[in-house]
Design a protein around this ligand. Structure first.
Ligand code: NDP
Length: 453
């Protein structure tokens, strides 16, 4: 690219972002997610007049619609409680809206818009026909009884059910929405609609769920890391791995790393992280999964039970490692964390969580030319298997574990290949750019074909 074109792209990016920030005040996470994409797409579009004339990027950064609703329920002490439910239906150019539901005290419209926007690109990368959406509520499931969670989920679905359907919008889980919540949500949807369709994914195996869905995001993330290592003739066996989070994504990232010979030394939750110098093994991981999904305990209990270090209120990024897998939440790696990782020898970061690295942290990884996989590529395995769950529901049959796992691996390899195709810069691969361009193209081409909508 000539320096004049580069200058023009930089000026356009500045104008574009200031317009977006003005139109969406007080939404820092959404601004961040768009900036991360726009810094690659704006220069890419410099010589592509058709996309520019159709204002595709402006249209892709405006959600199709946002639904906001009141959720009223009664707690165990008979108090009336009020939460805010939301669904951001971002873009359905290439398929029905698809994306998870998050129940967390910090859920805001900004968070759901960033997640919905990312989901559009991620779903496009999976090669499956899925649009992007995200939803949730500022409801904190921590410390709530099963009855309270059930009543909240039923109240939430009573309104959401008007806006979703197997050909319209198919929600799934995310932070705070696991197997228990998905079951309550699906049960209520089925009751209200009087129909049994695969409108929610992540369902239990007894009622339309897919094998491997629980494991898919974590497994897919490790499959992606394995592909990246292979470009350097390297492998997972023997590598020391730092994992954050202790929820669904972290658990199955750790499991696959162990299966492939990696050494996992940390896990975390919002209270801090454990550092197990000897590494987790299958038995310890099984215990941790029980702690988190059945007993719903805190991570320090692992340290007490197995006798290892617990670092209260801290994140694990200063622990020396070969590879890092952030699997907890957004913006959990800042510039200083990224510098610590690189200085301590980390040569691969694969994002399991959505947007766990700040834009400046990504710059640190890219300047150091380490292998860096952005979430929209490396954590797409979850939604990919959700797509396969929809296919099985529509066909009214269930595939075997091996069949689904094979499909998952195939999809992760295709995503990797697309990132390499669009992200190669000399002998280095800019996976972030590759994922942004590859994800953009399919959606943009569909939007161009529809005319002005
Ligand atoms: P879970 O609710 O199962 O687990 C979330 C984990 O992250 C918990 O250990 C939680 O700790 C921790 N966490 C949450 N908020 C914070 C915080 N502010 N600081 C530190 N730790 C925190 O969620 P998932 O594993 O499903 O999701 C994790 C990430 O992966 C999210 O970014 C999600 O969007 C992304 N993702 C999930 C997919 C899926 O299939 N589930 C698919 C693609 C992406 P605590 O229990 O203390 O809150």
């Amino acid at each position: 690219m000539s320096s004049a074109t580069e200058k023009h792209a930089a000026q356009y990016l500045k104008r574009f972002m200031s317009g977006l920030e003005r139109r969406n005040p007080g939404e820092p996470e959404f601004h961040q997610a768009v900036r991360e994409v726009a810094k690659d797409i704006v220069p890419y579009l410099e010589d592509k007049q058709a996309y520019k004339d159709a204002h595709i990027l402006d249209r892709m950064t405006e959600p199709d619609r946002v639904i906001v609703f009141r959720v009223c329920w009664v707690d165990d002490e008979n108090n009336v409680r009020v939460n805010r439910g939301m669904r951001v239906q971002f873009n359905n150019a290439i398929g029905p809206y698809k994306g998870g539901l998050r129940f967390h005290k910090n859920v805001t419209l900004s968070v759901l818009k960033f997640l919905g926007f990312e989901q559009v690109f991620k779903n496009s990368l999976t090669t499956l026909p899925m649009g992007g959406a995200k939803g949730g509520a500022n409801f904190n499931p921590h410390g709530k009884s099963n009855g309270e969670v059930m009543r909240f989920c039923q109240a939430f679905m009573t309104e959401l059910s008007r806006h979703i359907g197997p050909y319209t919008d198919i929600p799934a889980g995310d932070i705070g929405v696991g197997a228990r919540e998905v079951s309550y949500l699906f049960g209520q949807y089925k009751r209200l609609q009087n129909e049994f369709t695969g409108t929610i994914t992540g369902k239990g195996l007894a009622f339309g769920g897919s094998l491997i869905r629980t494991e898919a995001t974590g497994y897919g993330c490790v499959y992606f890391a394995r592909e990246m290592l292979a470009t350097r003739g390297d492998e997972i066996r023997g590598k020391t791995c730092v994992v954050s989070g202790a929820g669904n994504v972290a658990q199955y990232t750790a499991e696959k790393l162990l299966q492939l010979g990696g050494k996992v030394v940390t896990m975390s939750d919002s209270s801090g992280y454990i550092y197990d110098k000897d590494g987790l093994d299958e038995e310890k991981l099984h215990w941790l999964i029980g702690l988190k999904t059945v007993r719903r305990g805190r991570i320090h209990e692992y340290a007490e039970y197995f006798g290892c270090e617990f670092h209260e209120g801290k994140r694990p990024w200063d622990v020396p490692c070969d590879m890092a897998f952030p699997c907890a939440t957004q913006n959990e790696i800042d510039t200083a964390d990224a510098k610590d990782l690189v200085a301590n020898g980390c040569s691969l970061v694969a994002e399991g969580a959505n947007m766990p690295s700040s834009i400046e942290a990504i710059d640190v990884f890219q300047d150091a030319k380490i292998l860096y996989a952005p979430a929209k590529a490396s954590n797409a395995g979850g939604v990919a298997v959700s797509g396969l769950e929809q296919t099985q529901n529509a066909m009214r049959l269930s595939w075997t574990r091996e069949e689904v796992d094979e499909n998952l691996l195939d999809i992760m390899q295709k995503i990797h290949a697309a990132c390499v195709e669009h992200g190669r810069e000399g002998d280095w691969i800019n996976y972030a750019r590759g994922a942004n361009v590859a994800g953009f193209l399919k959606v943009a081409d569909a939007m161009l074909a529809y005319g002005v909508l």
